[in-house]
Design a protein around this ligand. Sequence first.
Ligand code: SAM
Ligand code: SF4
Length: 319
Amino acid sequence: MKDSYGRNINYLRISVTDRCNLRCIYCMPEEGIKSLSHDDILRFEDTLKIVKAATTLGINKIRYTGGEPLVMKNIDKLIYETSKLPGIDDISITTNGVLLSDMAEDLKKAGLNRVNISLDTLDSDKYKRITRIGSLDKVMVSIDKCLTLGIKPVKINTVLMRGINDTEFVDFLNFIREVPVEIRFIELMPIGEGIKMYEKSKLSFMELLELHPELTQIKTPKSSTAELYKLEGAKGKIGFISPVSCKFCLDCNKIRLTSTGTIKPCLHSKEEINLREYLNNEEMLTASIKSAIFNKPAEHHLQEESASRSIKGMSQIGG
Ligand code: SAM
Ligand code: SF4
């Protein structure tokens, strides 16, 4: 359905858990995180009820995210049940990739169409510093596995940060020479832990493009938030996603469902609509989602304000 600004909203991103097996420096604090209790997190039957109601309003694309979606028990079952709902055309996940290699085959069989794997560095030591826990090898095996299984496209999400991983830009370009993935460089956003490091680590992609004339822009599908570029002879391609400096709110087609059962019509707004009380009332559930879509804010205010207005961080909302 269309929101009050005429945007067609057809995409629902769902954070299935706030838990994560990593602690990326720009996303979660190292310690002191209070995980939600199981009762606070939507049961997967309830998530399905919400997805089903959303499909009646024209939602046809679902992305499961987290926290880390693959730490959620039965994620394959959730994907399978989602794929059976009339009106669903596309199911994807965003994952850190640590657990993916062992699960990819089952997830594909369950109905997963696409995957985004988050990876900010190709250097093992730096991977450990950025994620505080993870092991790069596991993610690399997962990327390989997805390509072998023919999951298409495999996209890599890379938050590029000044003084942390920006010097690896050329290494990433070399990576796509051989590996047929789309690396999407994402601007650091001042949300959650990202607020603390934003001023020091933010980076404009214009600088990089000026330094790399070998990159040529290619036509970007209307549905893509990334500006796409190719590198002559490379098997993969790259994209730049600039939610802060080049905001794409005018074309935003999504709403988000948090793991506690609230709809966030805009990632950076503090507004949340609680759907929990309507889980057993299909009519009210649909009406609440409809109202959330219709009242989606026009835009975020990250260019004028120093931090996101969202009360929740990315690990609670998903990305
Ligand atoms: N755990 C999964 C993962 O890392 O892919 C899914 C959830 S994670 C919150 C989704 C995406 O949000 C990741 O690609 C991560 O890099 C991105 N993200 C988290 N905090 C961010 C921030 N402050 N600025 C930009 N991207 C951020
Ligand atoms: Fe976990 Fe993803 Fe956040 Fe990293 S970015 S801490 S993997 S939720």
